[in-house]
Write a new protein. Structure first.
Length: 191
């Protein structure tokens, strides 16, 4: 039976688009269906992309709302959908215990660094600024910390010789797009 997935985004939705493509006619086709693309920002470009792909979308603006209050609203939206897995794909809001406890070990995130070395935003800039020869892409379960949950998978990203942050981001996103769907396939098959 296919797993029912909700993808959370806050912006352009490039990882969401890659996952949706794999769910439509790639490696995720037989293991999951995307029942919702959700955003906390009404101007998130990924919402339009999802709509154009025929995926249901929803938005609850988070501006000015406390995390717990906002996540209770999100939980109300999700409950009737019988979601098996929440996939964070560029979702730029820290989840509260309200949502995390409702979906224990069923919320995953992708982070462009080794989460044991760097948590938070701008991880590619961190690698670039520190002149690292390599960094990692990490998929992890979401817990109540920021990028502190159990690591599901990691892949090395060789950035030696890349001269600009844009080059690192481009190479990193290509790996993210490939890796996230592969990890999701394994999760959906094994849970």
């Amino acid at each position: 039976m296919k797993k029912r997935i909700a993808i959370f985004i806050s912006g352009r939705g490039s990882n969401m688009e890659a996952i949706a493509g794999q769910a439509r006619d790639g490696i995720l086709r037989d293991v999951c269906e995307i029942v919702l693309v959700f955003s906390n920002r009404p101007d998130a470009a990924g919402l339009k992309i999802a709509e154009n792909m025929g995926i249901s979308t929803a938005c609850i603006p988070s501006a000015g709302k406390k995390r717990g209050e906002f996540d209770r609203d999100v939980l109300q939206l999700l409950q009737p959908l019988n979601i098996d897995l929440i996939v964070l794909a560029g979702y730029m809001r820290l989840l509260s215990p309200v949502l995390i406890r409702a979906y224990p070990d069923r919320i995953v995130n992708i982070h462009p660094a080794d989460t044991r070395a760097y948590q938070g935003i701008d991880a590619y800039a961190w690698a670039f600024d520190n002149k690292l020869p390599k960094t990692y892409i990490t998929v992890h379960f979401v817990d109540e910390g920021m990028d502190t949950g159990e690591i599901i998978a990691q892949r090395e990203l060789n950035i030696k010789g890349l001269k600009t942050l844009e080059q690192i981001e481009e190479k990193g996103l290509a790996l993210e797009h490939e890796m996230y769907s592969e990890v999701l396939r394994d999760l959906c098959k094994n849970t």
